[in-house]
Design a protein. Structure first.
Length: 330
């Protein structure tokens, strides 16, 4: 895949399934977000080809919490083992289900409270030189139904920056009340490699510790060390959690003359890999804490009152010659 790089970046508008979108363009990349539908990333195109799996679509995400694209999962990512949790002496009971809480196939609450939230507000969208930026925030503390389920006042800000080589997303949690705010959010990017079947994709995984789980997918507290590895996805299925990941660690997938990477730049010591057997996508999910951290307290960080915590990940995209991956893989 031979591409001639262009330098000017731009910002434009559009619509998807009835929701307004903001599109950032830089070089051969375009990234679109839907602020009124959870500030979800709804497109990432490289040389005109879509790199995100949109699953059931944006409206299904907004109405049913059916994750797609690049959704933010807040205030917790992945599953909780039950509908109550205790943090710093505060016992909280979640609603039993929709519309605020969505449940997975075993009936456990999953992916937080903001699926498809209409409460995001765009603060800036502009291009300068070879970069385009979009900034939005959500005043979590302004919504009583959210505070009832997560009684830790804060604001959430998302800053997306696109350049010719990738998309960087920075998320800031600012504690606005008099109590520390637990940090356990994450993202769930559904990545695809057009032009190549998933059986041929080659994954690169960094050094990490694999979280052992029970039959519900909840970490047991035990783990196993895993070295950095390169492997062919083939018929493998993943729904695996990890922690102990170094800042700057990179996950990658290559195929069809293209390589996509997810770099955990800062603030993401945990991650999940999700790719069911046969699915034409792979998710490398940055997580600020391991699954179920709100209940277990395991590696659960807190933002002190008046302070802010920033987490950053980056999706890199580049064209590659297929023979670059001819070496033996596991």
């Amino acid at each position: 895949m031979h591409l001639m790089q262009t330098s000017e970046a731009s910002v434009g508008g559009g619509a998807l399934e009835g929701f307004e979108t903001v599109t950032l363009s830089a070089g051969h990349l375009e990234a679109s977000f839907a602020p009124a539908a959870g500030m979800a990333g709804v497109s990432l195109r490289h040389a005109g080809e879509e790199l995100l799996d949109l699953r059931a679509g944006l409206r299904a995400y907004a109405e049913r919490g059916a994750v797609m694209g690049i959704p933010i999962l807040h205030p917790w990512a992945n599953r909780l083992a039950g509908f109550d949790y205790d943090v710093a002496g505060r016992t909280v009971r979640l609603p039993d289900g929709p519309p605020l809480v969505r449940c997975e196939e075993l009936g456990l609450p999953i992916h937080g409270l903001l699926g498809g939230s209409p409460h995001w507000r765009v603060r800036a969208a502009a291009a300068a030189g070879d970069r385009a930026r979009l900034s939005a925030d959500l005043a979590f503390d302004a919504h009583p139904e959210l505070l009832a389920a997560f009684p830790f006042p804060h604001t959430l800000a998302l800053d997306a920056m696109l350049d010719g080589d990738g998309l960087t997303i920075a998320t800031t949690v600012t504690a606005t009340g008099d109590v520390p705010v637990p940090v356990a959010f994450g993202f769930h990017p559904y990545l695809r490699l057009p032009g190549a079947d998933r059986s041929t994709w080659e994954l690169t995984l960094p050094a990490r510790r694999s979280l052992l789980t029970d039959a519900r997918g909840i970490p047991t507290g035990d783990d196993e060390e895993e070295r950095a590895v390169r492997l062919r996805l083939g018929a493998r299925a993943f729904d695996d959690g990890f922690h102990g990941i170094a800042a700057g660690a990179e996950f990658g997938a290559a195929g069809g003359g293209r390589r996509i990477t997810v770099s955990l730049v800062a603030g993401y010591p945990a991650a999940q890999i999700f790719s069911p057997a046969g699915a034409q996508f792979v998710c490398f999910e940055p997580m600020a804490a391991p699954a179920n951290a709100l209940r277990s307290g395991h590696e659960l960080r807190r933002v002190p009152p008046g302070a802010a915590s920033v987490a950053v990940f980056r999706i890199g995209v580049r064209a590659e010659s297929p023979d670059r991956h001819a070496m033996e893989v596991e």
